[in-house]
Ligand binder design. Sequence first.
Ligand SMILES: [Zn+2]
Length: 253
Amino acid sequence: MIDVIIVPALSDNYIYILTDKESGVTACVDPCVSELVLKTLELNNLKLDFILNTHHHHDHVGGNLELKKKTNCKILGANIDRKRIPEIDITIKNGETFKLGSSIFKVHETPGHTIGHIIYHFFEDKILFCGDTLFSFGCGRIFEGTQEQMLESLKLIKSFPNETLVYCGHEYTESNLEFAISLTPNDQVLSSKLREIKKLRNRGNPSVPSKLEIEKKINPFFKVNDKKFKEDTGLIGEELENFKKIRKMKDEF
Ligand SMILES: [Zn+2]
């Protein structure tokens, strides 16, 4: 079992600090900065053993160097990105499993946002760290991969169990819901979710994690092949065609 500490950083990034309850082994997902992580570790009496990077963007690896210097931790990242992830120690390929103490996780390649993007799935705990592939009620922009790749990456995540808790890389939930509402304005589940999230955010709380069950129900990027969604939006194309259309609409939203 792992414990997760959510550390909001920069304007809308999330860093996650995970501890295996049994052994105390600790990892940090996507440290964009180092100071905040060091402070959180100290406050919670933790020692950093690993950094898990989802992709090479600076707002996910910016703290690597300093954290490694100060804690002597080992850095994990995608083999494809071994030249772009600072100070990488352990390179990972698709489908490999690792242990954080007694907690096991599997790594999946999810190209689209970047070519080398990976996600960390603690399948026994039903916890997913998905970086900038899936966001709460949205998905990442496509910078390096193809639209097909991004769609396939999202379909992989959609195949995980409903109870999965999704920890994504950014706090974009409100604007994602506003976009989803613009597509299907009569969807009451979307509007009540937005009210709930606004309350959370007004109190200064993060909107993460999200549950995969509700993502499957209302995340438009999961619904591009859904009959009712197609009827409601008038997007009558095939799933890839619909995906491309709404990704472009969101880019311009
Ligand atoms: Zn990114």
